[in-house]
Ligand binder design. Structure first.
Ligand code: TIU
Length: 227
């Protein structure tokens, strides 16, 4: 049975057993000072503002029994999966692999690579380590979702126009229906977030749908049960 959810550009028919909640890169390296996001010159406090919303949706999704997928952007300690073009681009204060206040930047197992404590994955939840912006590139995500019969992705996380949008576009090309939670995603650049929401849902949901978390919580029946 599907639950109709008020979304743009038109209603999204949530089919919970066939849907996965995908939380993109809510890692200390993007959300906390001293990490990769900050090293690029960004104000990370913008991203911290969505944490309570992402927590609320995650709690409701878990209570409803839906599949949860967390992703983490990062690289092997020897950087063998980090293209030099990625590491050497721009003039960051710390490059990928350099040692900062949260350990080596964007390296597996370092403190900064971890998902923020508010959103720590539970045992049994899927955690996908990805070397790129998209969560499908060079990861087992496609197989993991196919094994579980998943056809819909509900997406939150950071940053909206980089890893979130790239993942949505990869998913769209693979046949998934994608719903982006408007207040569950954020960018270091508010205008890029706004443009991404618009371009995703334009042309009759050319990439996917967008909806506020309240609409999803309502469809899950959680708006009454979970404060
Ligand atoms: N820089 C930026 O906006 N984002 C990233 O580098 N990665 C993700 O979005 N996760």
């Amino acid at each position: 049975m599907t639950s109709p959810l008020d979304a743009q550009p038109f209603a999204f028919a949530l089919d919970l057993p066939r849907a996965a909640l995908v939380i993109i890169d809510m890692q200390r390296d993007f959300v906390e000072p001293g990490g990769f996001g900050a090293s690029l010159g960004n104000d990370v406090t913008r991203l911290q503002a969505i944490v309570p919303t992402v927590q609320r949706v995650l709690r409701a999704w878990r209570a409803a029994g839906g599949l949860v997928v967390h992703t983490r952007e990062g690289h092997a300690p020897d950087l063998s999966d980090c293209p030099p073009a990625k590491r050497l681009r721009g003039q960051p204060s710390l490059r990928i692999g350099d040692t900062g206040p949260m350990g080596r930047v964007l390296i597996h197992g370092e403190p900064g690579h971890a998902i923020i404590p508010e959103l720590t994955p539970l045992d049994g939840e899927v955690v996908i380590d990805k070397p790129g912006k998209g969560a499908f590139y060079a990861t087992p995500l496609g197989e993991v979702l196919a094994e579980r019969g998943i056809t819909q992705l509900v997406i939150m996380g950071v940053t909206t126009e980089v890893c979130v949008q790239t993942t949505m576009r990869e998913a769209n090309d693979r046949g998934f229906d994608c719903l982006l939670i408007e207040d569950g995603t954020e960018s270091y650049f508010p205008e890029f977030k706004a443009a991404t929401l618009e371009m995703v849902r334009a042309q009759g949901a050319i990439v996917g749908w967008t909806a506020p978390s309240a609409a999803l919580l309502g469809a899950l029946g959680a708006d009454r049960l979970i404060p």
